[in-house]
Design a protein around this ligand. Sequence first.
Ligand code: 4FN
Length: 233
Amino acid sequence: MKITILTLFPEMFSTLTHSILGKAQERGLIEIRVVNIRDFSKDKNKRCDDYSYGGGAGMIMTPQPIFDAINSVCTDNSHVIYLSPKGTTLNQNKVISLAQNYQDIVLVCGHYEGIDERIIDLCVDEEISIGDYVLTGGEYPAMVLVDAIARYVPNVLGNENATEDESFSTFLLEYPQYTRPEIFMNRGVPEVLLSGNHKEIAKWRENKAIEITKKRRKDLYKKYIKDLSGKKN
Ligand code: 4FN
């Protein structure tokens, strides 16, 4: 899996490329490249923003540097995603389908008031949003997307069980979890977790996961029920 991030603020990605994903990169499982759009500006002052046609406050990212940056990194196999509040909202199904269908993903991060619409028309395959709130740029959304996708690249986590364990519960919240000590501030741990009865533990956890999902996230619960009946039929 190769992910290229195009941004005016490449420094924002240094922790991402160094942490967990840094190890995966060393092992050659995933390649994350951060490209500074400014390096492609043909303006004498390397400017990448300009006033909005029609007026109004705020600057727009000018098309030339983004267009050249995209063309310099794209191949026929690249899937170009613009992180945008106008995009379809990201969810786990989308994450899995991106991870499974594309080997080469290019992420374009907007800043200021956004990018020139012609870039979207000419170069962007898909717009994705991470949720409904105002942000200053698409950089954090890009990091969210990379983190979510990387978990589905085989062997990246060094923790294959994590993704396996979730398979029955893509739509469920997690059961309550406990670690040592057995008593903390006078509070114990549910008896069943100390029983060593793995079948009972699995049953308890699944029930707890279903219970919390039904209570807190009716929308996810309904998806889970739908998914269950889909698997039976
Ligand atoms: N945001 C809204 C309505 C109008 C504008 C915004 C907004 C960053 C370049 C886009 C935001 C949220 C989720 C990218 C928001 C995302 C962005 C994202 C994003 C600067 C222009 C902007 C109705 C959603 C509140 C600024 C709603 N996922 N504009 O935030 O890039 O990916």
